[in-house]
Design a protein around this ligand. Structure first.
Ligand code: PRP
Ligand code: HPA
Length: 178
């Protein structure tokens, strides 16, 4: 696979569609086992998580529900440090088993700001499933329960993740070329 250009930056192939799909299935299998007999509520964080949430949820074979919220803080390749809730939660989480579904935990800022809103509603349990995690970039430490890939601290696009709005529709992942 060749490099691609998104806006002004070049990106090189990083994780293939096959590798991603295989790993998403493994994580779904773990969740199916851990939540057997329960009815978890998955909460996907838009926009970036739409593709991961969809593929993960297709591989969940126990009873489960899904809903979405929309949070945003990135402009270009940098966090603005301000997390905006563009679409909020419209469900009662009291006593529910919640699984937050994120495409990426980078600095940890987004979830650090959002998780108290969930905890306030007193769910029975709260876990986090994430496609990508950048351990070196983590400023606000967050415990991740289900992580598909730990990756280097480089900007990535594809599989739902964007650079200034573009690149989300690529079914594999690309890493910025330096
Ligand atoms: O751990 P952090 O440094 O906070 O970064 C992670 C967040 O950044 C991305 O969202 P973004 O603000 O780009 O919005 P988007 O999902 O609409 O692309 C991603 O979807 C996470 O929500
Ligand atoms: O590496 C990234 N790529 C796209 N969006 C992001 N949001 C946080 N980190 C990233």
């Amino acid at each position: 696979m060749a490099e691609i250009k998104v806006h002004d930056k070049y990106f090189v192939p990083w994780l293939s569609e096959e590798i991603i799909q295989q790993r998403v299935k493994e994580i779904a299998t773990e969740i199916n086992t851990d939540y057997a007999g329960k009815k978890p509520l998955f909460i996907g964080v838009l926009n970036g998580a739409f593709m991961f949430a969809s593929d993960l949820f297709k591989n969940i074979h126990i009873e489960a529900e899904i809903s979405f919220i929309k949070l945003a803080s990135y402009k270009g390749t940098k966090s603005t440090g301000q997390v905006i809730t563009a679409i909020g939660l419209d469900m009662d989480l009291t006593g529910r088993d919640i699984i937050i579904v994120e495409d990426i935990i980078d600095t940890g800022k987004t979830l650090t700001e959002f998780l108290p809103q969930i905890r306030n509603q007193q769910p029975a349990s709260l876990k986090i499933a994430v496609l990508l995690h950048k351990p070196e970039a983590m400023v606000h430490p967050i415990h991740i329960d289900y992580c598909c890939f730990s990756i280097p601290n480089k900007f990535v696009v594809g599989y739902g993740l964007d650079y200034n709005g573009l690149g989300r529709n690529i079914s594999s992942l690309y890493q910025v070329k330096e």
